[in-house]
Design a protein around this ligand. Structure first.
Ligand SMILES: C[S@@+](CC[C@H](N)C(=O)[O-])C[C@H]1O[C@@H](n2cnc3c(N)ncnc32)[C@H](O)[C@@H]1O
Length: 190
């Protein structure tokens, strides 16, 4: 049985439907490296993953996880904010994954923030390949996460329906502001 207990598992399930061997993908928030390992497995040795994080600790954790899985070769680790992704990437990307918030186990001082997340997603929408998807997991259970969710949802809500399909996944039977997942697919270039 494929587990869909966690928002991250649902995101992986959806990305796995579109991301193929040889494709280009972006992990916009390296964290512990779980998404990078997943993306690297999907694109295979002929594909490419760009992984961003502003914390050295996150990139070190991600590098060691990739090494464990023998997947280091197809992943480029970038210590920079994802709001600068257009400085590094100028070709169509099949999947972008954003897992917002702070590094699990790393303290909550360094977290993603609405202004930089928004700037990054605006660039991702442009770089997204036709048929490609963006997944964004938001954590409204902490203060900055609520600010992010409240600022991001109107942007997703107003995406042109001719160009994008946008879906919002919520837990119905979980308490304490559980994570929420938004998925955007580009369906037309105009
Ligand atoms: C919830 S964690 C990501 C979890 C990760 N995807 C995983 O699979 O373990 C969020 C990460 O975003 C990073 N971050 C915060 N602001 C960022 C920014 N502007 N650009 C890139 N990463 C950022 C944090 O340092 C933290 O490691």
């Amino acid at each position: 049985m494929t587990s869909i207990k966690k928002a991250t598992q649902i995101a992986h399930l959806l990305v796995s439907q579109v991301l193929q061997p040889g494709d280009l993908a972006v992990d916009a928030t390296a964290g512990n490296g779980m998404d990078s390992v997943f993306l690297a497995g999907q694109v295979g040795p002929k594909g490419q993953v760009y992984t961003f994080d502003i914390q050295e600790e996150a990139l070190t954790l991600t590098a060691s996880k990739l090494k464990e899985h023998n997947m280091g070769q197809q992943v480029t680790l970038i210590r920079d904010g994802h709001e600068k992704l257009s400085d590094y990437i100028n070709e169509p990307v099949t999947a972008f994954m954003y897992n917002l918030g702070y590094l699990p186990g790393g303290g909550s001082r360094i977290t993603t923030r609405l202004d930089t997340t928004l700037r990054s997603i605006q660039q991702a929408l442009v770089l997204l390949k036709m048929g490609g998807i963006i997944t964004v997991i938001m954590y409204p259970g902490h203060r900055e996460g609520k600010v992010e969710k409240d600022g991001l949802l109107p942007v997703f809500n107003s995406l042109p329906t001719t160009q994008f399909v946008a879906l919002h996944y919520n837990y119905l039977n979980k308490s304490n502001d559980p994570p929420e997942l938004v998925v955007v697919q580009k369906v037309s270039s105009e």
